[in-house]
Design a protein around this ligand. Sequence first.
Ligand code: MN9
Length: 311
Amino acid sequence: MNVAKLDGLIAATCTPLDEHGDIQVDAIVPYVDFLLESGVRGLYVCGSTGEGMSLSRAERQVVADRFVRAVDRRVPVIIQVGHNSLPEARQLAAHAQQIGADAISATCPSYFKTASVSDLVSWMAALATSAPDVAFYYYHIPSLTRSTLKVVEIMRDGGDRIPTLVGLKYTDTKLHEFQQCVELDQGRFDVVWGCDEMLLGAFATGARAAIGSTYNIAAPLYDRLIDALQRNEFVIARQLQSRSIAMIETLNRYPFHPALKAVLEMNGLDMGGCRLPLGALSETDAGQLECDLRTMGYFQWALPESPDTRT
Ligand code: MN9
């Protein structure tokens, strides 16, 4: 099992769809090349951004397989295998191991709420036995799962009972809780930040890697933010974060997921819309979004070839 810690920006990938709403597999190779050229250092596939929960198991397996093959070992690939049905989740995990993914990750089941940390860890342990040679990152995203279990306790108990549990994707905004997870058992776990608009706070609190959706469309901006922090240039880091906040607020108005795909389309990639219930942007909305982004300077500061590499 490869347990090297993740480092830098990991893109939570979108799933390209065609005009019928089916998976558009041929779009994955150019998309992966675009992400790696923009500075992304890993991929997180079939998560919230990738609409994993809206895809069938067969579709998820095709998507996972195509991303792993397109990356061809250049960066780590993590496959999100969470599912309300444990047998389905286990088959996804076994498949991820079989195709050579570097890690699996899973949300907790979310239709029935898990009553105790111990029950959830039993569920995770059963899942992990289906991919015994692959690192496992628990995916904490209470805004979507509505889980109220304490994530530090999940990791503590999970660490005792699951040999492959190496880390956590922490997608919440409680920096103090994130710090507790980072410091648990002398930094035993690879705790990866999941809220792009608070990257600055997370890196100040001990994060070394972040998994997120907007690293698809602005990795150079966030890389400059991390560089600024490493040079203790906090004013610059705050200015860069403030651009990211404004960009995300703009996307949220459209709403977020189809808007993210529309921005990738503006970058020359074929992404399509989202599957219902998320839907797609109308042409008018996509045009308005492009106009909003142009006004805020997005095309000047967010992209690999951006002319403005200053703040
Ligand atoms: O997990 C993403 N969260 C959701 C990662 O999809 C709910 C984030 O990357 C957010 O999309 C991002 C923008 O709010 O922080």
